[in-house]
Design a protein. Sequence first.
Lengths: 370, 395
Amino acid sequence: MRRPALVRRDRVVPATQALGFFVGIVVALLLGAVLLIVSDHSPAEVYERMFDSAFRGTDSLSRTLGRATPLALAGLSVAVAGSMGLWNIGAEGQMMAGAIVATGVAMMADGLSGPLLIALMMVAGVAGGMVLMVGPALARSHLGVSEIITTLMLVYVAIRVVEWLETGPWKDPESFGFAVIEPVPEQAALPGLFGRANIGMLIALGLLIVFSVAVSRTAWGYELRLAGSSPDTARYAGVSLRRKILAALLLSGGIAGLAGAVQLTGSATRLESGLSNGYGFAGIIVAALALMRPSGVAVVAFVFGAVQVGGQSIQTLGVSSAISDILQAMILFGALVAVVFFSYRVRWSAPSVGLPAGVREEPDPSAEAA
Amino acid sequence: MNTAQKFLLKLLVVLTAATLVAAGCGNDDDDDAAPASAPATEAPTQEPAATQAPAPAPMDDEVVAAFVFVGPVGDAGWTWAHDQGRRYAEAETGATTLFVENVPEVAEDFRAVALDFIENEGADVIFGTSFGYMDTMEELASEHPDVVFEHASGFKMNDTNFGNYFGRMYQPRYLSGMAAGAMTEADQIGYVAAFPIPEVLRGINAFTLGAQRTNPDVEVHVNWTFTWFDPALEGDAATALLEAGADVIAMHQDSTAPGLAAQEAGARWVSYNSDMSPFAPEAFITAPVWNWGPYYARIIEAVGDGSYVPDAYWGGMDDGIVTLAEPAADVPVEVIEEVLQVWEQIESGDWDVFTGEIRGQDGNVVVAAGETMDDGAMLSMDFFVEGVVGDAAPS
């Protein structure tokens, strides 16, 4: 019996993968049209609305960019850890931690002028995200505890802390007993650019450029990637794996924390338990679709943001939220599949003795990032 | 193959499985978005959507009313009740009604949906049915003075186009407490409580006072879940209360899980939001329920004829926005008669629930004999009455 195995294509250039990304989306849209016809909607009308609401006019574009901003920051957070083979599943919680500390700073320093207060809150956001990451990072670097589990578990801790603050120490005395935290000071709102877009977008873009260069063009980034892909080589070359793990994870946490501070000052009016809104988890998909490359994160986050805006908008046409969710999932899934098949091909071969198909030509996964 | 790509492949496998599962469920939902176990009276959710799509663009003189829901219309609870109200209002006024479900309480989500309603569908009035929409609705109301914004359960409003509305749910809760007090044999009632906010505390207190009326020895044990809709957690909370000795369960969340837990344990259940008796018919006693339809019809008509004026509406049983579901057949007749008597007193305004003498958990008098708590005090309630076992500020 012949078995399939995924084999990396000989020549893979980023342009091909980008092409694959868009081909996947088109295929998904065609399949989605079938779904829409079956559920009694006009695909042309639905897709036109999707496109208009995401791209037509500055207001629509700013809406898409407004969603792309937290997605890009969360995606970058996951990608920075991912570039050395680590998985930060808890960006959602680190966003919350960042927003908590930023809110605390705003409460203590609400007399400051806007730019100064915003800068302080951003720093506080980074610090908050890092604080939540200290435990998982140390456990990973010194004890080998999987960061996947620890970062994920801390998400729920962070959300519970917000709920505790909402109902307890930070409850707004002017909210008639409702469990809400007082709004952030008005001068802390991020300055707008156009439509609903604000400078949070520029912060995200700047960081993406910085990390894009740092990861692929500097010795630090090379060591990071080397430590992830072949830890033994890295160790032999004198790279401290522990320090690299700590650096990658803490940076990852800090970026997610910053995403929380940007959401707090750019989009929300106050800290609340729904603030992170799933962006942290969506960041995992963004980073995976971008193949853990910061440059790819920008493109994927923008498309992802547009899909979310469009997917929500078609519900006002009468498309149910279930159909809309399936459509959004199909688009992202299509893109993911296409990116993989533009990078790998399937080879059918007879099974060799003792080795299941698929693991051939691959190093032992447990040896990596140990 | 580097590590990142290998993980990507793993993720792909997981996503494939997830998508297949999601697609499988989705196809079922397509025909009938309500859960399979929803009450038989519930029409398929797709029906309004299907009738909307081919309809011609609304004429200028016809009101378009848009609803933004926080949960699924098939939840049988909070959102389901609002959607019933929407259907009623549409039939009553002839207005076009639209809705979007599962909209998170996040500024950009609400804003995006509202702007779509306004710009693409020509919405004249937007109803937001969750507390967390409040700040965004306030902003939108000032940006769009031609559109009316109506917010359920909040406390903000303006003078021209932004009002809020809610109901005196504590009134039917008191009545449901009377029935529950009569049905408990252990004199122990478990209350699966949502969040420690005035609305929930008021409900627990009203329920307890009602239960004490028919059963002076009764104790109401509170278990906080800090959720509005989390069936697993809410079911567990009910089970914990049942294991601790309660034989009647009351609740404030939108799921039916506490009722299923009660039925499994052979105990009884007071549901909330809607008549949830089909979900646990053996456990069901009665339920304080919402009836939003008449209010929605009234607002839509006022928007249509230009007479709309924002208000902080807090209607009671006299206005029909809150009421009591039909009690189970085994609730004793004399209890039902007493319930109906009190119902009449409340409806006529002769008497209200928080009329003294009422003592707090610590034994101090909170409302003196003969006095009735005013709305301000009720809306900021932060204590438990005597007879409630639990912490009113659990953080």
